[in-house]
Design a protein around this ligand. Structure first.
Ligand code: DAH
Length: 338
C-alpha cells in the first residue's frame, strides 16, 4: 500500500512539471506502459495473501484511473500551451516597412492612349472585342475565303479548325457593322497574335483598327485623318504618302508611309535611305465586306486602316528591338516616365 502511495506522489510531482506533449507521452509509458510502474506493481499481487488481493487490486486500478485522467487533462492543457507558443512565434509583424512598389504606364500603353485620344478628339468611338476569334470574323467576313492564298500573309495560331487567336484587329470591322448601321466612326485597339518572333516581330503585339462607314467617304478623308494623327505623333512637318497595295478587305488598298521622323526625309539608316517609313495598311472598305455584314454597298462606302502600335512606338522612341517591350526591364521602362 505504501508503494501505491509512493507512486502516486511521485506521479503528481512529475505531472506538475510537464510542459510538452512529448513529456506527457513519456509519462504515460513510464506509469501505464507494459513495463511501467503500475504493471510492475500488479505483478506483485501473486505474493500477497489471497484475502488482501482484491483490496490491493482495487487500489491499483483506482490509481490507474487517476493517472489516466490526470494525463488526459494534462495533454489537453499542454496542447493548448504549445499552440499558443506557436502562434506567438509565427506572428507576422505587419508594421515592418516594405519595399516601395514602382509602377508607370508601359510605352505601348502610352502610345495607344495618345493615338486613341487623338481619334476621340476627332469624334471616333472606341470599341473592343475578343482576342480568341472565329475563322469567320478573322478571315471569311473580310473577304478571305478558306484556302485563299491571302491567308499566308498572316501566320495564324489555330486553336481548332475554326477557332483561332485573332491575327489582326480587322475582325472588329465585321463585328461593328453587324451591330450598327452607318454612320460608323470607330477605332478598336487590342492585342493580336501571329506565329512569328524576331527583333522586329513578336507573337503578340498591338494594333488599332479604324473604320468609317458613311455616305460619300473618300480616300482623301482617310489621308486627312492620318495626316492629323501623324503631325501630332511625329511633328507638324510629317508628310503622309499612299502607295498602292493589296488587302482582300479593301479596294483600293494602300500602304501608308510617313516621312522619316529620324532624318526628316533626307534618308538615314532607320528609313534605309528612302526618307519614308511604312506605318500602316489601309484602304476603302471592299463592298463585299460591307455586304457580308449587312450594309448596303450601293448606299454606303467607307475607309479602314490598321496600324501597329509597337511599330509607331519603335519609330517614335527609336527602339532597336521589339522584344524590349515585353521584358519588363525597369531600366527600359523608366525612360518613358515623364
Ligand atoms: N489587318 C491588316 C494587317 O494586320 C492591316 C490593315 C490593312 C487593316 C488594311 C485595315 C486595312 O483596316 O484597311 O496586316
Amino acid at each position: 500500500m505504501s508503494k501505491i502511495a509512493e507512486i502516486k506522489s511521485s506521479f503528481e510531482a512529475e505531472v506538475k512539471s510537464c510542459v510538452k506533449i512529448s513529456e506527457v507521452q513519456d509519462m504515460k509509458v513510464k506509469y501505464l506502459g507494459k513495463s511501467g510502474e503500475l504493471t510492475a506493481l500488479l505483478k506483485e499481487i501473486k505474493n500477497l495473501p489471497s484475502e488482501e488481493r482484491p483490496v490491493f487490486g482495487a487500489k491499483v486500478n483506482e490509481l490507474r484511473n487517476f493517472i489516466e485522467n490526470e494525463l488526459q487533462e494534462k495533454l489537453f492543457k499542454v496542447k493548448e500551451l504549445e499552440m499558443q507558443e506557436k502562434l506567438q512565434n509565427e506572428k507576422i509583424d505587419v508594421s515592418l516597412t516594405s519595399v516601395k512598389p514602382w509602377g508607370a504606364l508601359h510605352p505601348i500603353t502610352l502610345v495607344e492612349n495618345e493615338i486613341c485620344n487623338l481619334m476621340i478628339a476627332m469624334g471616333f468611338e472606341v470599341a473592343s472585342g475578343p482576342e480568341i476569334e472565329t475563322d469567320y470574323y478573322n478571315f471569311q467576313a473580310l473577304n478571305i475565303p478558306e484556302d485563299h492564298p491571302a491567308r499566308d500573309m498572316q501566320d495564324t495560331f489555330y486553336i481548332t479548325d475554326i477557332i483561332l487567336l485573332r491575327t489582326h484587329t480587322s475582325p472588329m470591322q465585321a463585328r461593328l457593322m453587324e451591330k450598327k448601321q452607318p454612320p460608323i466612326k470607330m477605332i478598336c485597339p487590342g492585342k493580336v497574335f501571329r506565329s512569328d518572333s524576331d527583333a522586329s516581330h513578336s507573337p503578340v503585339f498591338h494594333q488599332i483598327e479604324g473604320l468609317v462607314v458613311d455616305k460619300n467617304v473618300t480616300l482623301r478623308d482617310l489621308k486627312g485623318t492620318l495626316e492629323y494623327i501623324a503631325s501630332h505623333l511625329f511633328g507638324s512637318n510629317t508628310k503622309v504618302r499612299f502607295r498602292p497595295s493589296f488587302f482582300p478587305f479593301t479596294e483600293p488598298s494602300v500602304e501608308v508611309d510617313l516621312t522619316c521622323s529620324n532624318c526628316g526625309g533626307k534618308g538615314c539608316s532607320l528609313c534605309k535611305g528612302t526618307g519614308w517609313i511604312e506605318v500602316l495598311g489601309a484602304g476603302m472598305v471592299n463592298p463585299y465586306v460591307l455586304e457580308n455584314s449587312g450594309i448596303d454597298s450601293g448606299k454606303y462606302n467607307g475607309y479602314a486602316f490598321g496600324m501597329g502600335v509597337e511599330r509607331i512606338a519603335i519609330i517614335k522612341y527609336g527602339i532597336p528591338d521589339i522584344r524590349l517591350f515585353y521584358e519588363n526591364d525597369k531600366r527600359f521602362l523608366k525612360q518613358f516616365v515623364k
